[in-house]
Each structure stands twice: as C-alpha cells, then as structure tokens.
Design a protein around this ligand. Structure first.
Ligand code: FE
Length: 180
C-alpha cells in the first residue's frame, strides 16, 4: 500500500487493537496479488486459440481455482459442464454463452449453477474481455450432445501452469506461490 494508513487516535481505543492471538495452525497463509490483471504478459497461460487464463489462487485443498480469463475477439472457450457453481465478475469488455440470450458486460456479476453446460464466446465486435472467475470442482468438456471429451480441475490447471511457466522463463516453480 502506498497511501498512508489511517492512524489510531492516541488512546487505548480497543477497536484499533489487533487480534493478539495466533492464527489457527491449520489455516493456510494468506495470498495477496497486487495486480490481478497482470502487467507481465508471461503470466497469461494460453489454453485455447485467443483464450488465456491467469491463475490467482489454486486451491488444491478445497478443489477450486480463482483466475482471470482473457478472451480476444472471436474467441471461444470450449463447451463444458459444471458440476459445482461458478462465480464471475466482468473486469473488461463483454461476452456471452451460446446457450443463453443475455450478455455479461463490464462491471457485471455472473452466477453459473451446478448442472449448467455452456460455451463462452467473445463476439467479433469486442476487442477483448477480461473476467475474474471462481471455478469450483471440475470443468467437464462435452460435445453438443453432452458426451464427455475431457476435463479440467485444479490439478490439471496446476500442471498446465507449471509446463507453461517453465517455457516462458518464469520457471515451473512460479505457480507454487499460488497453491493453497
Ligand atoms: Fe463455465
């Protein structure tokens, strides 16, 4: 933080006293990332043509991941089914699902229910979209009739990050700081 922290008045006002006890021993260390949308382009992991993701938190202990997804125009994120909920916040641009008639726009929030199967697209008139997603459990890739063609979970994401960061000079270990 570069701005000055507010100062407590010179008193023993208990509201300004930090918690004095240790954090639970089993609690994971916190994670603070200064720029969720990275300045270093090497942090974007390509996953499909015109589609990248930037991992923020890879929760191996709880089976979900937080990431920022970037899709450039005319990009498609492969059709997939979610067995668990997804939460999204649109940071930039807009996108939609082929299966729905609404458009997610900058500043908007999206909830995807368990059981939902969809195909995320960025239309040719949108230069770029950037969206923060919490993806729980698994993305099950399917054909248009729902036949399974593949999957991603937090562990395949970790593997893909390791392989990509090893190739970009950041190093395979770059991803370790994001795993909890
Ligand atoms: Fe999805």
């Amino acid at each position: 933080m570069t701005t000055a922290e507010p100062r407590a008045p010179q008193s023993l006002d208990e509201r300004w006293q930090p918690y004095r006890k240790p954090q639970p021993a089993e609690s994971n260390p916190e994670l603070v990332i200064a720029s969720a949308v990275p300045e270093d382009e090497r942090v974007w992991v390509p996953i499909e043509e015109n589609v990248w993701f930037r991992p923020l938190l890879l929760s191996a202990s709880s089976g979900y991941w937080m990431s920022v997804l970037k899709v450039r125009r005319a990009g498609v994120l492969s059709r997939h089914r979610h067995p668990q909920p997804v939460h999204g916040y649109v940071i930039k641009g807009s996108w939609r699902y082929l299966e729905h008639d609404w458009v997610a726009r900058e500043g908007g929030y999206v909830y995807e229910a368990p059981g939902e199967t969809h195909t995320l697209v960025v239309d040719p008139d949108v230069e770029e979209m950037i969206t923060l997603f919490q993806v729980n459990g698994t993305m099950i890739y399917v054909d248009p009739d729902g036949n399974v063609t593949g999957y991603d979970d937090v562990f395949t994401r970790i593997d893909k990050c390791r392989a990509y960061y090893a190739s970009t000079g950041l190093g395979a270990g770059y991803v370790d700081q994001l795993i909890r």
